[in-house]
Design a protein around this ligand. Structure first.
Ligand code: PLP
Ligand code: ZN
Length: 408
């Protein structure tokens, strides 16, 4: 069964058939997947979801495939847990962490979007996939392409963390390391996508890719016991995830699976790349592109494709946006590790740092259910913290040496 009607322009409403296109021919607005909600409502129940696989595919009825999923079969359904000790440290009584640092197969939320994008690419008949990436997308496209038997071309800026480069090459993808930043990479990929018959996860099949992120929102609600949180703090790179979490929660309410309730969305960025949080703080929805300069490379996108919509997701939901310095990012990573035993990457440090600020500012009340979107794994960004965590204590294999080292 497919409940996908086609694609629809977010700006002018023009409709397009299901196909690998992402921009409106008339107004250049972005396209999104249009579903037949009445058809879905006939079958969708909490029980049907709960009886589904322990992965994001328990929400298959709400994802844009016509056929069975063919990639990323184990992605999603990551833990959501109440972060008591982090909450204590930040002075918040109802703080939760949604932990995509342990997503499968490549330890970031990108496994969700890639699972949908590559499954859709196979449906469209592609044998080659590609992407423009800040690192995590590269890892996920390469891994899932390998598993699905697809060829992969991955384009990255040439300043990425070592783990993200190695964690792409290992799967056999062809990796193009572009001299330039992500925005240069993205521009190149738009050109390449016009010339080569490749399915670019975040270019020509971006509308399908984006909807994979809705599952992050669905899972939060299900794991809270079928209710929406009052606040969500989300990292923002290209600006897709924050809006899709909101859309996921909104859809569940539309289907009557959770109570209708506004969830305020907060955009978290690095001070060294803050086109979205900067716009929110300036009270405008005009994105002023910036030149990224931050250790939070996975969200270092100076000219975000969905930046305008990310601003809207925050401001029309009663949320806000803020940004933190590289020092605060490292502090956020250390704090999450030392209170909850979760080692997140720099983007997670951004979320923890921004949440701390928003709680201190009183924008997020200290007793209302708040979810922090932890979207990536610290093992991929060792460079960011290795000089800030102390040193090992070198000893000889003797008790005397141990006690000398402990200063006993
Ligand atoms: C890509 C990425 C994001 C940002 O997602 P967008 O949808 O581009 O805003 C956040 N966190 C991590 C770890 C990412 O890799
Ligand atoms: Zn249009």
């Amino acid at each position: 069964m497919s409940s996908v009607l086609g694609l629809r322009c977010k700006e002018c409403g023009e409709r397009y058939p299901k196909s690998p296109v992402h921009v409106c021919e008339y107004c250049f607005g972005p396209l999104e997947v249009e579903y037949d909600y009445a058809e879905i409502a006939k079958v969708l129940t909490r029980k049907r979801i709960e009886d589904g696989p322990m992965s994001m595919w328990r929400y298959r009825d709400l994802l844009p495939l016509d056929d069975q999923p063919r990639a990323g079969l184990q992605a999603g359904f990551t833990p959501l847990f109440k972060a008591e000790r982090l909450g204590e440290a930040l002075g918040h009584k109802d703080l939760w962490v949604k932990n995509d640092a342990v997503n499968c197969p490549t330890q970031s939320f990108k496994d969700r979007v890639v699972a949908v994008a590559l499954s859709k690419a196979i449906e469209f008949g592609y044998d080659t996939v590609a992407c423009a990436s800040t690192g995590n997308l590269a890892n996920s496209v390469a891994a899932q392409a390998a598993q699905a038997g697809l060829k992969a071309y991955v384009f990255i800026p040439n300043n990425l963390e070592r783990s993200k480069v190695v964690g792409t090459l290992i799967y056999g993808a062809t990796v193009l390391s572009v001299q330039g930043n992500y925005d240069d990479v993205n521009r190149l990929c738009s050109e390449v996508a016009g010339k080569y018959p490749w399915a670019f996860a975040n270019v020509n099949i971006r509308p399908f890719y984006g909807d994979g992120s809705k599952t992050y929102g669905y899972e939060i609600a299900e794991q809270l016991g079928w209710r929406a949180p009052r606040h969500v703090v989300s990292p923002v790179g290209g600006g897709s995830l924050i809006g899709k979490i909101r859309k996921g929660l909104w859809e569940l309410a539309e289907f009557g699976l959770i109570e209708k309730r506004e969830t305020s969305m907060y955009a978290a960025q690095a001070a060294g790349c803050n086109p979205v949080s900067g716009a929110i703080k300036a009270g405008t929805d005009m994105i002023r592109p910036v030149r990224p300069d931050t250790i939070a490379k996975s969200i270092a996108i100076g000219n975000p494709a969905d930046g305008y919509y990310a601003v809207k997701a925050a401001t029309t939901s009663g949320g806000w946006g803020d940004d933190v310095t590289d020092e605060e990012i490292v502090e956020g990573m250390r704090l999450l590790a030392r209170t909850e035993g979760i080692w997140t990457e720099t983007a997670g440090g951004v979320v923890v740092g921004v949440a701390k600020k928003l709680i201190e500012q009183g924008r997020i009340p200290r007793d209302e259910t708040t979810v922090l979107a932890i979207t990536g794994n610290g093992l991929k960004t060792i460079e960011a913290v290795e000089d800030h965590i102390g040193e090992t204590l070198p000893i000889h294999p003797t008790l005397d040496s141990l006690e000398a080292a402990l200063g006993a």
